[in-house]
Design a protein around this ligand. Structure first.
Ligand code: SAH
Length: 211
């Protein structure tokens, strides 16, 4: 595992992930705790892998790129939409002060909560719900990360961002979406940038009826 981990970190560096705080968080987080047993062997590959409920754990390169693009600060309060396995959540929680994470599948959320507990993370707050609605009671946030593809600019979430905040989300309706970053100008407007093409599962409305 250690050799595979070192190889992955090197590969990420060579692909432009230069933020040491992010690389350090990746290095300290055993990805095999977040993947189904069947895929333990592949946990340190730079690829997305299937998890329960037909969802996926994101590719490490994309997790890094998204985390780096958020420009986290140690005091940041972050909202994450789409807890999934909880892997991205942990990477955020190792860098930022507080992470609020929302998931629409109870099964996934429960498994992720067990992992946060096992890792002794005290700065992750979870919620079962429709992340498209954000978390109004805890808004405004310094940073928002959406890890499922929103069909269009997520206005409801942007409204829950601080004026100088940053939101990163895959935007698009097809199988390939654009990773977009919205940066607040401090006066209520947001500058939008396209970072790269990505493939995410869609952000769906409502909570899942199945477990
Ligand atoms: N960041 C995750 C990747 C999760 S895949 C990881 O590292 O494992 C995207 C997740 O978003 C899925 O678990 C999916 O169920 C969830 N999702 C999709 N639409 C959602 C919504 N409206 N609210 C909350 N979660 C949602």
């Amino acid at each position: 595992m250690e050799t595979r981990k070192a190889r992955l970190i090197l590969a990420l560096r060579s692909q432009g992930v230069t933020d040491n705080k992010v690389l350090d968080a990746i290095e300290r987080t055993q990805r095999e705790l977040f993947t189904p047993e069947l895929f333990t062997d592949r946990a340190w590959e730079d690829s997305a892998l299937p998890i329960a409920c037909g969802q996926t754990i994101s590719q490490p390169f994309i997790v890094d790129l998204m985390t780096q693009s958020l420009k986290l600060e140690p005091r940041s309060r972050v909202l994450e939409i789409g807890t999934g396995s909880g892997y991205q959540t942990v990477i955020l929680a190792r860098i930022a002060r507080l992470v609020y994470t929302v998931e629409r599948y109870r099964t996934l959320l429960q498994a992720a909560e067990d992992r946060f507990k096992a890792l002794g993370l005290l700065n992750v707050i979870t919620r079962f719900g429709d992340g498209g609605e954000g978390w109004p009671e805890q808004a405004p946030f310094d940073r928002i990360l959406v890890t499922a593809a929103a069909p269009e600019e997520p206005k409801t979430l942007l409204a829950q961002l601080k004026p100088s905040g940053v939101l990163v989300a895959p935007i698009g309706k097809g199988p390939v979406q654009s990773l977009r970053r919205y940066t607040g100008d401090g006066k209520g407007a947001f500058k939008a940038e396209t970072l790269c093409d990505v493939r995410f599962v869609p952000l769906l409305e409502g909570t899942a009826r199945e477990l």
